[in-house]
Structure formats: C-alpha cells, structure tokens
Design a binder for this molecule. Sequence first.
Ligand SMILES: O=C(CO)[C@@H](O)[C@H](O)[C@H](O)[C@H](O)COP(=O)(O)O
Ligand SMILES: O=C[C@H](O)COP(=O)(O)O
Length: 951
Amino acid sequence: MTASVPTGSNPLQALATVHQSPWLDFIRRAFVEDGSLAQLVQSGDIRGVTSNPAIFEKAMGEGTEYDPQMRDILAHETLSPGALYERLAVTDIQAAARVLAPVYEQTKGRDGFVSLEVSPYLARDEAGTAHEAARLWADVNAPNLMIKIPATPQSIPAIRQTIAAGINVNVTLIFSLAAYRDVVEAWLSGLEDLKARGGDLSRVASVASFFVSRIDGKIDAAIDRRINAGDKDARSLRDLRGKVAIANAKMAYAYWQEIMQTPRWKALEDAGAQTQRLLWASTGTKDKTYSDVLYVDTLIGPQTVNTLPPATLDAFRDHGTVSETLTKGVAEARAVMDSAERLGLDLNTVTTTLLNDGVSAFEDAFDALLGSVAAKQIALMGTKLTTLKTSLPSDLQSALDAGLEDWRKAGTIRRLWRKDAAVWTSQSEADWVNWLDVVDERLAHVEELEAFQAEVRARGFQQVLLMGMGGSSMGPEVLAMTFGKHEGFGHLYVLDSTDPQQVAAFERKIDPAHTLFIVASKSGTTLEPNIMLAYFHDLAKRALKDKAGAHFVAITDPGSKLEALAKEEGFWKIFAGDPKIGGRYSILSNFGLVPAAAAGVPVRLFLEDALRGVRLCDASVPPALNPGVQLGALMGVAATQLGRDKLSIIATPQIADFGAWLEQLVAESTGKHGKGIIPIDNETLGGPNRYGHDRLFVYLRLSTEHRHEQDEAIATLIAAGQPVVTINLHSKRQIAQEFFRWEVATAVAGAFLGIDPFDQPDVESTKVETRKLTEAYEKTGALPAQTPFAEFGPLAFFTDPDNAAAVKAESASAILKAHFDRVQPGDYVALLAFIERNRETAEWLQHTRLHVRNAKTIATSTGFGPRFLHSTGQAYKGGPNTGVFLQITADNARDLPVPGTSYTFGVVESAQARGDFDVLSERKRRALRVHIRGDLKQGLAALAAALHDAL
Ligand SMILES: O=C(CO)[C@@H](O)[C@H](O)[C@H](O)[C@H](O)COP(=O)(O)O
Ligand SMILES: O=C[C@H](O)COP(=O)(O)O
C-alpha cells in the first residue's frame, strides 16, 4: 500500500496512515527551550523522542546552554558530576515529556514517549539496571517516559522485572533475532508477572529498539574486504551490499507478527496489555552512496516506530516515500539472509560484536559526557576547589596518559568506589575502604560534633592535649599547625613520642586543671598512647582527684580495651572510630574531627569543604579529570615505569605540616613487599643540579600566601625537565579536600603498584621486637647489653656484623664516609632520630639532611622516633631496599617513670630504637646507629662535624 500523502501534510505526517510513528532521535536544552521540539510535535512530524548517552554527550559537551542550571544547582548543592548530569538530563527529559504529553493523551498512552537510558556502566549488571530503572522512573515522574535498557544477556532479567513493576521500557541495542526473541520473552513474562499481581497492563508501553544501519556498516565492510581480496564470490557478495540490515529487520518484524498470533499474547491483550512495538534505531544512513532515507523508506509497517536523527528526519520529510514496505519482499529478505549465511558472512559474530561495541561506545560516550560535565563543574566552582596542574616530561606524560586510559577503559574508578578488592590484590581491601563514605556519614551526624564543640567551649579548657600515634596523631597535628588557636578554645597540642624530655616538655605546656586530654587509639592497644595516657591520667588524678575522668576523652574503635578503660575511669566522652577505616585514612572520621572540634575548627565548614573533594573524586568522574585518580595514576606510573619513586613534597609554609600526614599516608600505604613510593617531606628546595632522575615533585601551594621564591624555584625545576605537580589551595580550609584527594590518590597508586594499600605488615615487626625488649627489661631490670663496634668521644657506633664489616674505620668521619659511600643513584638517605623533637633538633636534622642531599645528590628524609615508626618506618623496612639509614639515639638527661609499670619512657624509647634497628638489619638494609653519650647538644655538634668531614 502506498499512502497518498494527504494534502497539506508531509511524508513524516503521512506515516500515520501506515500506523508507523516517527520519533526524533535527538534532544538538547536549547532545542526544547526555543520551541523547536514543540513545533515538530504540534505539526505531527514526530510522535516521540529518544535520547542516549551519545546524544547527551553532544548536547552537554558543547556550548553554554546548560551553564545557568549548573550554576544554579552548584550554588546550593555539592553534587558529583554524575549526579549533576542526571539533574540536567532529567530536566530535559521532563521538558520533552511535557511537550509530548498531548500526544500521549490523545493516543490514550500508546504514543508520545520520551526515552531516557540507564547508565551504560550498568549494562552487565542485572540488579543495578533494575534499580536504576526504578530510580529514574521515579525521578522523572512522567507517565510518558520510557526507560531504556540495553539488551545484554545480563539485562534481560532486569527488563522483565522493570516491565513487571509497571514501568515503560525501551529495550535498546538489539541487533540479532535471537536477542530480540529474548527481549520479547522478557516483555511477555514481565506483563504476566504484573498481571498475576493484579497490575494495570494497559499503562505499560514498550518498544524493542532494533538497530539497523550498524549491521550494514559491519557486513558491507566485510564484503568490501573480501571483494578487494579477490574473493571468488565477489559478484554475489556485491549483491548483498546494503541489504542485510533491512532483511534482518524484516525477519524481526515477521517474528513479531507471529507472536501477535499466539494465545499467550492474546491472553495479555485481552487483559488490556499494549503491544510492544518494534522501533527501528540507527536509521541514519552512514554509507553516502546509499539513499539518505534508505532505512526509513524500507522499514515502514504497522505498529512500528522509526527514531530518526535530525538529518534523516529532514530528508524523509523532504523526499521520503510512504509505503508499507516492511511486509513486502519478505521472501527476498529471507533469501538475503540465506545467501549471507551461505557466503560465510557470519551474522552471529557480527551482531555479538555490535552489541559489545554498542555497549562500549555508549560507555565511551558517557565517559566523555561526564568528563565534560566535570570540566564544566570544575570551571564553574572556580576557587571553591583546589586545582591540580602537571608539568611533566614527555615520557612520564605518555605513561600517565596510557595509565589513565587503562583505568577509564576498565572502569576501575567505579570498581574502587564499589569497594572491589580486586582493584588491588583481592585480599582484605574491601574491609578498609569506609573512608570513601565517611565525609557524608560524618556530615549527617555533624550536630553531635558541634554539640561537643559547644560543651568544650563552655567548659573553658585552656589546652587540649592529644595523645596518639600515626594515623591518630598526624591528622590532628596538621589541623593544629595549619589552623592555629581559635578564640574561645584551648591550644591543641599533639604528643606522639616516648622521649622523656619531650613528654616532660609537654607536661610543662599544660595545666591539668584546665586541660582537655584526648587519647586517640583505634586499636586501643598501641604502646605509646597507652603509656602517655597512664602518665597524664596519673598527673590529672593528682591535680583533679576524682574529677580527672571528666577531663578525658577517648577516640577508639568500638569494643577496644581503651573503650573499656575509658568507661571504667569515667571519661567525659568516648567517640567511636569506624573499624573499616585504617588509621592513616582516618583524618575525616572522628580521629580528626573530634580534636578539630575540641580546638574550635568549624567542623561543618571543614566537612563541607571535604565533600567538594569527595564529589569530584567520585566514581562518575573519568580518570583524566578525577583529581584523586589523576594524581594516584601519576604517582603509580612514575614509580613503577620511570623509577621516579621519591615523592618530594614542597609546600607553602602555612600548610607545610600537611606533608607529615602525607608522608605517613603514602609511605605506610605503598611501601611494602619491596615496592613503594618514598615520600620526601620538607626537604628545602635546591637548584636542579641537586636532584637525580628519581623524583616526582608535588608543590602544595596556598595561593593566598604563596612564596615568590618557591614559585621561582619550582619554575626552574620544571624548566630543567623535572616532573612537578602543582596543587593550588585557595584557602587553608581546603586542606580538607586535599586530605580526601590524597587518600584516593594513594589507594590508586597502590593499585598501580599491585599492593594492598591498607595494611602495614612491617610496622608490626618493630612492635614485636620492641615488645621482646621491654619484656626482657621487665624480667631483668635492664635492656640486653649491646657493644658498640667503635667509639669516638661522645659518639658510639652500633650495627649488625654485615654492616659493621662494610663501614668499620678508624674515625667517626671515616665510618660515616664509608656508610654514605654506599649510596647509589636512586637511593635515599634517612636520618632517624630517637631524641626530643623541638625546634633545635629539627633544625639540626634539616641542616644535616641538606648537607647529605647536596653532597650526594640524593633524596633525603628525616624522622623522629618513635613517631616515624607509625609512618615512613613501614616503607623503610618493607619498601624497596634503596634506603641508607643513620639512626641517632642519645642518653636521656632525665627519665620519667611509666605509672603502673616497672619501666620508664626512656626504656621504651631505647627498646623502640633497638627493635626497629633489628628489623632493618634483618631486612639487610644499610643501617648504622650512632649513640650520643652525655650532653645531646654537644653530641649533635660532634656528629655534625664528623659528617661534614665525611661528606
Ligand atoms: O533510543 C534509541 C533506540 O531506542 C536511539 O537513540 C539509538 O540509541 C540510536 O538510534 C542509535 O544509537 C544511533 O545509532 P547510530 O546511528 O549511531 O548507528
Ligand atoms: O597509624 C596508626 C598508629 O599505628 C596507631 O594505631 P592506633 O590508632 O591503633 O593506636
């Protein structure tokens, strides 16, 4: 039947006479807003709209038409780019649904639909697809919405479930007759399920989107290849060009006709069900030698839809032919299919490939779409976000690009957010990643923290003394150093040492009667916080008698020994840690927030800032734009592929303490099983000649306080070809975002290294050795004796026999020279001092490390014990064997007893130093211990002089 086009109507409108609905395969904001869509609908040119990720990518990826809504949303909410995209898309879909509503009404719910596709990332996820379909259906909340679900084998059950839930479904990406049969089965079963539940079948519309032109694209290319290769069947093959896709579609229609005759369908129809229409998709002509309306003219038949891209729509309106072609030439179509099979044009493989390619193409489009939304969001948020800029040599840039692309293709960031341990080593990683959610979780309970803060303020504490180690102390210390003292709150002091001089120095800083004591220990069994607590609790009891408990707060995991003790001693408060967050990832949990609240940091604002970082590192942000993945991938490829495993941290002085936290995070997370990234914190910048080829520089730049000379020095390094990452913070509070970025980055770097970034196997070894020594002390009243292999004035040298053989010499400087002469390019030197940490000793260490760095052109690191044992110590022992260590110990001018034990702080400190040294020796590290006898200051001066001569 050729329909005569009624006067005044065009071929598109005339399709109604053959009961085919033309839909538009296109949507974008301006097109809806300027009335163009309404015009097409009102004229009768189209009766529905389809969208897909590629269409939205084009719409949102270009121009500025979505900016006003984005700006408006971002002014009030902190959303991920994925959530932001969805808001924009839902707005478009709702607007289109309103425009199409009259068609829907007039046709009593048979036409006038707009389609929105579930995330292509869920294409192989049955439960995820069903859940997302229901969510989008509820979000858009329009009866003429169709949810698009791809016809992958995994989604077929989700299609049934969604239909059964009474949701309109457009099944997309159907290429083969076999897949279409599965779709029809899912549709019928879904309706039967709904019927069994007494649902209203009449409102459930569905289309099955059968893709057309892509089949010819593949088959024609195969034909051309064979013809060009001189195939004997060239002539027959040529005859099939441009025919297989249409024949395949006709077979699908014939199958639909059969289904319509079945009693199974009739029963549903009698119960009021609508038929599922075949929708021809991918109907734009790709081969320009064919008619531009080929896939429209040839596929016209009753109860079908053709969704047309704008150019095809215009072409058909202009010169389309309205004739019921679909039911004609069916025998010829079957013959085409038979010939194709006979000639070895493997349609099964082609359609399987097309499905896989179709899913990947929509994933790629969605990645690009989310990438452009993220880029827009970053631009619109401006200085509300910290920014990252890289200046990399070309080899590193290419390795990074490849690494990011691998992550994108494999969707690894989404797996990371799904807490899939296989991102790392498939061990216990999934049990340690609740830090991903902690900012949302803490924000939901921020009132508790604010109430605590108000009470602390009301009680008028003049000092806050936090006792903890590693993850429980480094974060709070950054907050104390960065934010300083807040009006109305006490000064926050962080004690993480067993050095008796240091404990005494902190004792002098506080007045127990006006101090809030916070003891932070996740496990509740860590030696240092326990003995610090014993000491200060004893002190407080003496000053405050039975009111002492009211000055103490514990932060610990539920059920720990510390929790029990805190209850027993009547502590003021006990805050719980999350057992699924490891210490070094705990800063944005109570371990950071409780001290922050006690010190007067505005916790809500701090968390809100962190949330911006969380949202931008979200699973929806593709690797190349994801602030955490970008950095983590860079750290990972730099270390594993280019030997740039020394992460050198430079910072504007006002935020420089961040480096100490970072050092712990990176070293303890990555340094194990002979692999790792060695953080080099606080090493004063030198000229390019001071550095080898093993560095990756990170410049944390507080833009409001930046130092010109640092900027200059960094520029010089970049000019010399050193890789530099510059992270700009626009306010101090934005370290909250950086905490999160670096947590993600470290986890990502861990994946590149192929290790578990959440364990710390070698920290435990030192603890074991230390325990042996303190137990020996408790039994005998002394630590096991040790004999120096050499002694010169105040300096006594100790090491294991192998190291002693390598460095034995006739003077202190000769020993040091022999020791440091073992340094090779790519190594690092670490100075590890078990002495009081104060300005003088820190300056001494800094001066000495720079001397070593300059003399040897080597990366240098420093650490005070036992603090570094909970931080870089993991990498020193478990990481690559590239460290050359000088441990410095000293006599204690005075010692302090540990209440309730037979030992002293000095004994513990010595046991820790010796325990750690024993593990370094056992791991065959190049390690030397120098013990300073007598006065520390004089001893350090003697050591500095010996080092000067040695280097
Ligand atoms: O909604 C649908 C199908 O239901 C359409 O948007 C469908 O995705 C498109 O027609 C195709 O993706 C377009 O394919 P192609 O022209 O790029 O081959
Ligand atoms: O990084 C963590 C430290 O080793 C301290 O552990 P903790 O919080 O269980 O006392």
